[in-house]
Design a protein around this ligand. Structure first.
Ligand code: ATP
Length: 355
């Protein structure tokens, strides 16, 4: 049996809104985060991710709404009174303090006795593999090392919720990939609750076990990375997360017609969007009976490293993107200009509500 506190979300936002003058940054929104989750707030620039993170951390007061952490109302509390800790974009390390002093700072302010403090700092430096750097100043560290120090400085405070603002944005691609894995492992080892802001869908999906997709001040879908990728609930999410083909169809009396295919779809009559992922489409020479198919012409094949991206001009006037693995392509390449059927199963059709 779970106790009542285990049922209570660790973080609960209710009706949070925020405007800057006439600029609405957040429309009233709700979000619940369970203990131990790694949540990514994902969305394009200006959608309100950082504003939401700052509201959670107490750096910004929402206009309306309530922030609860561990069941307690913290809406009126400042950052230092909340059981949260934030790692800022650019890390915000104190330039005149050594790594050890940076990491020890919060504990010192909290008047933790020196012996306990030294032990906690030693442990976290060890865990982040930066013990050897403890006497260096931040300017003598690489970007990845600074990132580790910033994480250590936040984690040493044992926050209930760790807030990360674009934590890997300053790192080059190679380092970003390896830090993603480290961050995931760190989250698993610590068992804490992390909330991370990112505009990079690959990063959100690679890091988090829950993703909240934001657009124009709203959370437009919240779920596991699989939910978001495989069952996007609207056209914005389908277009923003992963590559997608979005076709516009007319629904009438419970079905949509696409060329000579009839696709059952319940809902009101009118225009609907249908999304198909590029890796769900096959290109075949003979029209498959049981599948949905569009006749078309292969217009381009672009080598992407691990896969080949094929562009098909379909009979409906739509352009389809199709992915093939490198191995498949090498064993059976198609010539540009070839006439083909692009086909996919009913299960691969996702009807999206317009938003
Ligand atoms: P980015 O990825 O570019 O950082 P974001 O999704 O984090 O974007 P926010 O920084 O939360 O977006 O900004 C949301 C909206 O609120 C934007 O239109 C932004 O211009 C506006 N905004 C944010 N902070 C302020 C401020 N202090 N004063 C005025 N407008 C602001």
């Amino acid at each position: 049996m779970l106790s009542a506190s285990e049922h209570t979300p660790l973080l609960r936002l209710t009706g949070i809104s925020k405007s800057f003058g006439t600029q609405v940054a957040l429309h009233p929104l709700d979000l619940s985060v369970a203990r131990g989750d790694f949540v990514a707030l994902l969305g394009p620039s200006g959608c309100g991710k950082t504003t939401l993170l700052r509201v959670i951390g107490g750096f910004l007061r929402s206009d309306q709404g309530r922030v609860e952490i561990n069941g307690a109302d913290v809406t009126d509390l400042g950052p230092e009174q909340r059981p949260t800790n934030m790692v800022f974009q650019g890390y915000g390390l104190f330039p005149h303090m050594t790594v050890r002093e940076n990491v020890a700072y919060g504990l010192k302010i909290a008047r933790v006795p020196a012996e306990k403090r030294n032990q906690a700092v030693g442990e976290i430096l060890e865990m982040m593999h930066i013990s050897g750097l403890s006497d260096r100043l931040p300017r003598a560290l690489s970007g990845g090392q600074q990132q580790r120090v910033a994480l250590a400085r936040a984690l040493v405070m044992k926050p209930s919720v760790l807030l990360l603002d674009e934590p890997l944005a300053a790192l080059d691609l190679q380092l970003r990939k390896s830090m993603q894995i480290e961050l995931r492992n760190l989250h698993r080892e610590i068992g804490g609750t992390f909330i991370c802001v990112t505009h990079d869908q690959g990063e959100a999906i690679g890091l988090a076990n829950r993703v909240a997709v934001m657009n124009a001040g709203r959370i437009v879908q919240e779920g596991t990375p699989e939910d978001i990728y495989q069952r996007p609930s609207n056209a914005f999410v389908a277009g923003f997360v992963g590559e997608s083909n979005i076709l516009s169809l007319t629904r009438q009396s419970g079905s949509c017609r696409l060329a000579d295919n009839i696709i059952p779809s319940s809902g009101p009559d009118g225009t609907v969007a249908m999304m198909i992922r590029p890796d769900d489409i096959s290109l075949v020479e003979v029209k498959p009976a049981a599948e949905i198919s569009l006749y078309g012409q292969l217009t381009d094949a672009v080598f992407m490293g691990d896969h080949v991206k094929l562009i098909v001009a379909a009979e409906t006037g739509d352009t389809l993107t199709v992915h093939r693995s490198r191995q498949e392509w090498q064993s059976d390449p198609l010539e540009s200009g070839k006439r083909v059927f692009a086909s996919w199963s009913r299960d691969a059709c996702h009807i999206l509500e317009q938003s």
